[in-house]
Design a protein around this ligand. Structure first.
Ligand SMILES: NC(=O)c1ccc[n+]([C@@H]2O[C@H](COP(=O)([O-])OP(=O)(O)OC[C@H]3O[C@@H](n4cnc5c(N)ncnc54)[C@H](O)[C@@H]3O)[C@@H](O)[C@H]2O)c1
Length: 311
């Protein structure tokens, strides 16, 4: 696996996500420079990297010796040195708009004009901290799952001022490093990943508050229930495959129940006929109705494989 080209990548912030990104890029064959203002974090990086690489190696997930990959990561004490000559900066600092605004100001001054400046931000869009920068056209969000070397999806969220070229270059870099970029079409707090996660978590809190379930039982219903399917298919495909007649039939039969549950929580976002028709049309483009039975069987075989005892 190798990135689109071999210029170094810089990581600003060497916490959980920063160290994980160093591994992602180094695993892809790129030189990595990682910087953190905290000396304790800088000195922890080599040890943490070795431990994570050893675990991956034990699971047969490295294509090269761990020490070769670790050898590509260079810990830097100065931000200016870390970003010199890089193609991409991945900001992994704490989730605070003021801090990110200040850091992006420094990155925009110090990084080469051609470098993309990407933030790992989980909730804050780039508009909330990069809108006043001369180089705002190269700023965007690249929000990973945790850790990005195990969870491949990465959300690419351009601000209205982001150049298309910066977004496509970021996508190419991540795809070359084995991740699966998903473009978020419009800036919204929390993007897609945390909005979906948030919808579930908000309801989970309500169920515990209302005495419907224990914390353990909520987690068990997801772990031994919903999550089993979600390892293979998302919520739209789940609904599409669970109802003969597909997602339009699902919306007709189950829609009123879901609307009542939403209303209980003060939510009023009806699945209008136009919206259901759009979802149905996107689903049928992905899975023609005549392939529905075969896809249900495919899903079931995926679930069977996941249940098979380890050899
Ligand atoms: N942890 C997750 O599950 C997760 C998932 C996706 C995205 N993110 C996002 O990634 C970013 C980093 O999160 P994390 O979990 O790695 O946090 P963390 O607390 O583990 O690491 C943050 C690091 O930033 C350093 N730091 C502090 N001030 C800084 C500054 N001014 N400039 C640069 N670095 C600074 C800290 O010393 C620390 O090492 C956040 O925006 C977070 O929302 C986190």
């Amino acid at each position: 696996m190798s990135g689109p080209h071999g210029l170094p990548v810089a990581i600003a912030g060497a916490g959980s996500i920063g160290v994980a990104f160093a591994l992602v890029f180094a695993r892809a064959g790129l030189p990595v420079r990682i910087w953190d203002p905290d000396e304790a974090r800088r000195s922890a990086v080599p040890r943490e990297l070795r431990a994570r690489l050893a675990d991956l190696d034990d699971h047969g997930l490295l294509a090269e010796p761990a020490e070769v990959i670790a050898g590509r990561v260079d810990v830097q004490a100065e931000l200016a040195a870390a970003v010199a000559g890089v193609q991409h900066v991945q900001e992994c600092a704490p989730e605070r708009a003021e801090l990110k605004r200040d850091l992006f100001g420094q990155l925009d001054r110090l990084a080469p004009a051609g470098a993309v400046l990407a933030s790992s931000s989980s909730f804050l869009p780039a508009s909330s901290f990069a809108s006043d920068l001369p180089g705002r056209g190269r700023c965007l969000i690249a929000h990973p799952g945790n850790p990005p070397y195990l969870i491949p999806v990465i959300e690419i969220v351009p601000a209205p001022f982001t150049d298309e070229d910066a977004a496509t270059r970021a996508e190419a870099l991540f795809a070359g490093a084995g991740l699966t970029p998903v473009r978020v079409r419009r800036e919204v707090e929390g993007f897609i990943f945390n909005r979906l996660q948030g919808a579930l978590l908000r309801e989970a809190y309500c169920l515990v508050r209302d005495g419907v379930a224990s914390v353990e039982d909520v987690d068990r219903v997801v772990r031994d229930g919903l999550g089993r399917r979600w390892a293979h298919i998302g919520p739209f495909e789940t609904a599409d495959l669970n109802t003969r007649g597909g997602i339009a039939a699902h919306a007709e039969r189950m829609g009123p129940s879901y609307a009542r549950m939403g209303a209980e929580r003060g939510q009023d976002d009806p699945w209008t006929p136009e919206l259901v028709a759009q979802v149905e049309s996107e689903r049928r483009a992905l899975l023609p109705a005549e392939e529905w039975e075969a896809r249900v069987a495919w899903r079931d075989r995926k679930l069977m494989k996941a249940l098979r005892p380890n050899p």
